[in-house]
Design a protein around this ligand. Structure first.
Ligand code: SIN
Length: 484
């Protein structure tokens, strides 16, 4: 039987990498209706790879495991870090111009890394640069048919327990496939404060769950410490690399936020810094990033953050930037193996929607674009070779269900932020579940939020980004230390 079509749902970094690597198999790439840039294109962090003098994959692996509170799948971490230098070389080969210093890649430092090992392109515009190169390559690839902007999928076609296609929400068009790959990104937009775009709302995860796919680690949501504190919803990120370049976090009284909390100070793993920022906002009314140091090269290294500050009337060279913790990255998702296979035949998942365990309980900075490239290409190469398995039996549809909108969606986001934000309590989560019960018959986002909150409630002790503050507002020491 000839290999048939692969449908890839989602055209961020992971989806594009799968699609490119799946040649010569025909790929139908479905991009979601445009609601701003994808999370990949917004990524201000870079790509972590042990390419610097004196650095090595072992050290990158160790930092990944420590940040992940050792919940990571160690062999997959190894696969990720070993593949990192090759991933950089491949991206260069398709036209990504990584920033250089005297002919060598310029390496930045971010939270949780014991060495400078982050490569960037266009300073803090790495995501945009990588997406531009991948998009160019995908548009030139004869095996890829790319439907941009009308690819919202609201159901999976099933036959005899196997996924055999997708249904587009627009006009209910049915598209058959031998293999469906979900590469739909994360869930940040289900929270009242997020660094993610509106489209990162868990739509793919909800589809997979509707088809009966096994979830994994749903409770592990990473909060970024420094989204710009300019309201609610999708907030501009202020990259961690600024702290790597010398910016410092202060509380509302002007005191250094991370002093005495962790040996890595402002560059402690992200979960620890995010909780301190959360706590400072509660206790002192504000947290700010002081990036006024004269040596910070804003124009060259941080053009994206600079533009975001200016758009909000802030001159970061003269005044501190108000910051808040914000939902940033979902370590949990659809359970997969290292080839992206879910528990449902015919359904694969890759990138943030998936959980193969590589990030453990807390992702290390700048490992997410890397994950998209490494595991996306791996899956694509596998699909290029694999012979399809036929499906038989009755046809069914696994439907995501109607969406929540307007005021109800705002209520859901507030509920999830309050109940499953950077600091969680049994009381808060129980109250959150009660509030969600009212919404859950009305929209798929509420059903998904219930699953996340129920998983969080089941985990009674703190681990990585899942922090239980049941003994009251945590002390400075408690938010800074690890319970693992
Ligand atoms: C950042 O630039 O602070 C975010 C990088 C990441 O999410 O890894």
């Amino acid at each position: 039987m000839a290999a048939g079509r692969v449908v890839v749902v989602g055209s961020g970094i992971a989806g594009l990498c799968v699609a490119l690597a799946a040649a010569p198999r025909a790929v139908l790439l479905l991009g979601r209706a445009h609601r701003g840039a994808s999370a990949s294109a917004l990524a201000q962090g870079g790509i972590a790879a042990a390419v610097g003098a004196g650095d090595c994959a072992d050290a990158h692996a160790r930092d990944t495991l420590v940040a992940g509170a050792f919940r990571n799948d160690a062999p997959r971490v190894r696969a990720l870090v070993d593949a990192a230098p090759g991933a950089i070389a491949w991206l260069q080969s398709i036209g990504v111009a990584f920033d250089q210093d005297h002919g060598r890649p310029r390496l930045g430092r971010e939270g949780g890394h014991g060495a400078a090992r982050i490569v960037h392109a266009g300073g803090d515009a790495t995501g945009a640069a990588v997406m531009a190169a991948l998009s160019r390559a995908a548009r030139c690839a004869a095996h890829i048919e790319w439907h941009e902007g009308d690819g919202d999928v609201d159901a999976l076609l099933m036959r005899g327990g196997r996924v055999t296609g997708v249904r587009l929400s627009r006009e209910g068009v049915l598209l058959k496939a031998d293999t469906v790959v979900l590469a739909t990104g994360g869930i940040g937009a289900l929270f009242a404060r997020t660094s993610n775009p509106d489209g990162s709302d868990g739509a793919g995860l909800a589809l997979a769950l509707a088809a009966g796919a096994q979830p994994r680690d749903l409770e592990f949501m990473q909060f970024h410490p420094t989204a710009m504190d300019v309201g609610t919803g999708s907030l501009p990120l202020v990259t961690e690399a600024l702290r790597g370049a010398g910016a410092r976090l202060l509380d509302g009284n002007g005191n250094a936020l991370m002093q005495g909390v962790h040996p890595q100070g402002d560059l402690a793993p992200r979960d620890i810094v995010a909780r301190r920022v959360w706590q400072a906002r509660h206790e002192t009314g504000a947290a700010v990033l002081d990036a006024r140091a004269g040596w910070i090269d804003w124009e060259r290294r941080f053009p994206t953050a600079l533009a975001a500050c200016r758009a909000h009337g802030i001159d970061p060279r003269r005044e501190p930037i108000p910051v808040t913790a914000a939902a940033h990255f979902h370590m949990g998702g659809v359970a997969t193996d290292d080839l992206g296979r879910t528990s449902v035949p015919g359904l694969h998942a890759v990138g943030e929607v998936a959980c193969n365990g590589v990030h453990g309980a807390n992702r290390l900075a700048s490992n997410s674009l890397l994950e998209g490239v490494v595991f996306g290409r791996r899956l694509g190469m596998r699909l290029a070779q694999v012979a399809p398995t036929g499906a038989s039996g009755p046809r069914t549809l696994a439907e995501r269900g109607p969406p929540l909108e307007g005021e109800e969606l705002v209520r859901l986001r507030t509920t999830l932020w309050n109940a499953a934000g950077p600091v969680r309590t049994a009381e808060g989560m129980t109250a959150g579940l009660e509030q969600l019960a009212v919404l859950s018959g009305r929209g798929w986002q509420a059903k998904l939020a219930e699953a996340i909150l129920a998983a969080a409630l089941r985990r009674g002790t703190s681990l990585g980004a899942h922090w239980r503050g049941d003994s009251g507002v945590p002390s400075r020491q408690a938010v800074g230390s690890r319970a693992d």
